[in-house]
Design a protein around this ligand. Sequence first.
Ligand code: SF4
Length: 173
Amino acid sequence: MGKSGLLLHVCCAPCAAGCVERLIAEDREVTLYFSNSNIATEEEFARRLVSVEALARIFRLPLEVDPYDHAAWLERVAGLEAEPEKGARCPVCFGFSLERAARRAAELGVGFATTLTVSPHKSSRVIFEAGARWEHFEPYDFKKRDGFRRSRELARQYEFYMQNFCGCEFSLR
Ligand code: SF4
């Protein structure tokens, strides 16, 4: 049987490294999809992208970049600005990026998953609920099997940029 394709929504390189390693071990044919219009500034978006480009080179994977459109993201989360991190804004934020990944995966005729589940700061259940809107969403729980620790280990090894906030301006407070 040939490898099965997967579009992997990537939030950042330190989270993606362990996910990519696992998917390659499972013989998935991975395309990276950097879609992160939630990030507060274009400078920060570019900073995270540099490490994702390095990740793509290291693992020899194709990378697609969804153009930065923070205005559209702000419109989607309007009214939820005052919510705390892990509050009601975050599932909407997940849905925003997953919707874009879902569209691209459908064009490519493959399933899609997200590196967001590797973080212990994010509930995999909430992410799966956001992804359940699409039949071709694959609920990979990357924090399983010590995924986060392994991902950080690889990120240190490859000297990826490690941000200290989630992404949006409201997570900076
Ligand atoms: S805190 Fe993180 S997950 Fe929540 S809305 Fe902001 S960027 Fe999105």
